[in-house]
Ligand binder design. Sequence first.
Ligand SMILES: [Zn+2]
Length: 248
Amino acid sequence: MTTPRSAGSRTADAAARRCAVCGQESRQPLHRPGPPEQAPDLDLRPGEPMRGTMARWLQQCPQCGYAAPDITRAHPAAAAVVAAAPFRALLAEGGHPPLARRFLAWACVLEETGALHAAAEATLQAAWVADDLAQPELARVWRLDAVALWRGGPALDLEQMVRVVDALRRAEAFDDADSAAAELAGTRPPESVAQVVALERRLIAAGDTGRHTVASALPPPSRRPHAAMRGHKPGPGLWETLKRLFRR
Ligand SMILES: [Zn+2]
């Protein structure tokens, strides 16, 4: 039985999927998130309602362990990665939360197939899982792993630079975080990004490793003529404005 992807129905929340690595068919969650309504964290982790749907972001084959947003597709080299010792060891790491292992499995495939920045993002997502499960040491290690992956890839864009600063701060790597923030400030970024960087530098100076949202970095919308003119609500408006700047 197949479920058309374009069914448009919110009732179907799982469907049969054939793994592109091993051919096993399994029921997999379908991910149809609504747009985030709350502002994202400083590392751009989306606000609710999308924030709470991480268990549905990736599919994972129960047979071979391959994990991806869509396991019916795979890089030509994915099968070799999935069969290799590092991937098998990662899946067998009983001390790590299963959902985090799923993100790390996807990160492993991405890294081994050369997509270092995407691997960094998936590794940061594993850290978010650890945050939610109150496992700060795992979150710290995976944030530092994510930063290493970002830095191992091509030149970073503005959004990635912001994420590196926040990941380093939250991993208590304050000196490195402040250097990265200073470098970002030196690129003379747009005002909204500059405000995020300024908040990061205040948090770094205060030794604050906590979660903060981009909304706390920006002044109220009434004092921000661009957002006010567009008639945005405060929460998503701030984020949409910031996002436009990042995408430019
Ligand atoms: Zn499989």
